[in-house]
Design a binder for this molecule. Structure first.
Ligand SMILES: [Zn+2]
Length: 417
């Protein structure tokens, strides 16, 4: 490990606050250079292996000489590599620029109800390694779970971090309401009001810099499929499902976070006031139909039935399972119709167990949406499922850490400290 960088923002749930030198009064040559360094890196990340120094100059309007200095700085920091021109290129072909594989690495961490996981991602977006433990964490002791996660992640970093790599730190995803300095509530874990000081203590050596809701991280990964490259859909609702159901809502590539960052709790939108009791204490919440445990119970399966058990039963044509899925899909459609009518977002992406079971859920959901969304007759919202979103939350967490490097490479390369 080259350096365990500890220069990070105070733990925050949303985009980190810009460093002070970015304020208007402080926009001097040095910070302009820092911004241009970020701009150059973003162009290289967006067009790896295609863009040259002069290509960056043309795209940004920065002079060729300045771009060359910026690129030299990125190469000197091991963030970028210059490759030979493509074979067969005509004239005086220019060298191409690519992000350096395995040189800057972030750790995404997730705690959920039925699993904890860790994922290492580098600046190219490559998954270096991952590890996961499946268990039942409902009603668990927070310090025990975080200590297990820390051990899992320490082993992963020790085994898989490439020699000489810059370790950028970690971000932690939690299934609930996350405030700026504390986990407020994770109802299915049975955790509430835990300050980060104590919650994150076992992870201290892994430099946890960002903590956020799991669906929000997953939505970030959908919007930014590669680190620093916002090439995913701009505005969408990402539905995340495990034991709980949540959503990350993005508008124009920005999270629709709400006043305190607690938006997206669609699992607790009422699908039927006369419906089953939810873990939150209310009745008829979406989660009481479509959460993993709820679905198992309503399907007549064992409470501990896994997603694979439910899928297998559905594929066999098991009637109670199919009925529970149809009902769950309809409840999902009613909840989504409320969201779409409120905030006008034309695209819904189903992830987690909701994505894995999408083939049974999507038609009943579509039917409710087309009936209940006022705009449907003019512009029908699209609803699609992501059949494999297993790592999306941890990936989003890692991408958020990598984004901090992309936003301000100078802070990490030690040029402007
Ligand atoms: Zn509820």
């Amino acid at each position: 490990m080259r350096a365990l960088v500890r220069r990070h923002d105070s733990v925050s749930q949303r985009s980190p606050i810009r460093p002070a030198e970015r304020t208007l009064a402080g926009v001097k040559a040095q910070s302009l250079r820092a911004m241009n360094l970020s701009l150059a890196l973003r162009h290289i990340l967006a067009h790896p292996g295609e863009i040259s120094r002069s290509g960056i100059s043309q795209a940004t309007g920065i002079t060729r000489a300045t771009v060359s200095r910026l690129v030299d700085e990125l190469i000197g920091a091991d963030l970028v590599i210059e490759t030979d021109p493509p074979a067969g290129a005509r004239g005086r072909p220019a060298n191409r620029l690519v992000p350096a594989p395995g040189s800057a690495v972030a750790l995404g961490l997730e705690i959920n109800i039925s699993q904890i996981s860790a994922l290492l991602v580098d600046l190219t977006g490559a998954e270096i390694a991952s590890a996961r433990i499946d268990d039942d964490f409902a009603g668990s002791a927070p310090d025990e779970v975080v200590t297990r996660l820390a051990a899992l992640a320490h082993d992963l970093v020790a085994d898989a971090l490439p020699p000489g790599a810059l370790f950028l730190g970690s971000a932690l995803a939690l299934p609930g309401l996350v405030a700026p300095n504390a986990l407020t509530l994770a109802p299915n874990l049975g955790w509430r009001d835990i300050p980060f000081d104590s919650l994150l203590a076992p992870l201290a050596e892994l430099s946890p810099a960002i903590v956020a809701n799991e669906a929000d991280f997953a939505a970030f990964a959908v919007a930014n499929p590669l680190p620093g490259v916002p090439s995913g859909p701009a505005s969408f609702i990402y539905v995340s499902g495990e034991v709980g159901i949540g959503a990350g809502i993005m508008v124009d590539h920005r999270p629709l976070s709400g006043a305190r960052g607690w938006s997206g709790e669609i699992g607790h939108i009422c699908a039927d006031p006369a419906g089953p009791v939810c873990s939150c204490g209310a009745t008829g919440c979406l989660e009481a139909y479509l959460g993993l445990r709820a679905l198992a119970r309503r399907s007549g399966l064992d409470r501990a039935a896994s997603l694979d058990d439910i899928r297998a039963a559905a594929e066999r044509g098991d009637e109670p399972v199919l009925a529970a899925l149809t009902e769950g899909g309809a409840a999902l459609g009613r909840a989504l119709a409320a969201v779409i009518n409120s905030v006008d977002i034309p695209l819904v992406l189903l992830g987690g167990i909701v994505g894995e079971l999408g083939e049974w859920l999507i038609e009943p959901a579509r039917e409710e949406i087309s009936q209940r969304v006022l705009q449907s007759a003019w512009s029908s919202p699209r609803i699609e499922f992501l059949p494999d979103s297993r790592n999306l939350t941890a990936r989003g967490a890692a991408h958020r850490i990598l984004q901090r490097l992309v936003d301000d490479p100078a802070a990490w390369t030690g040029q402007h400290r």
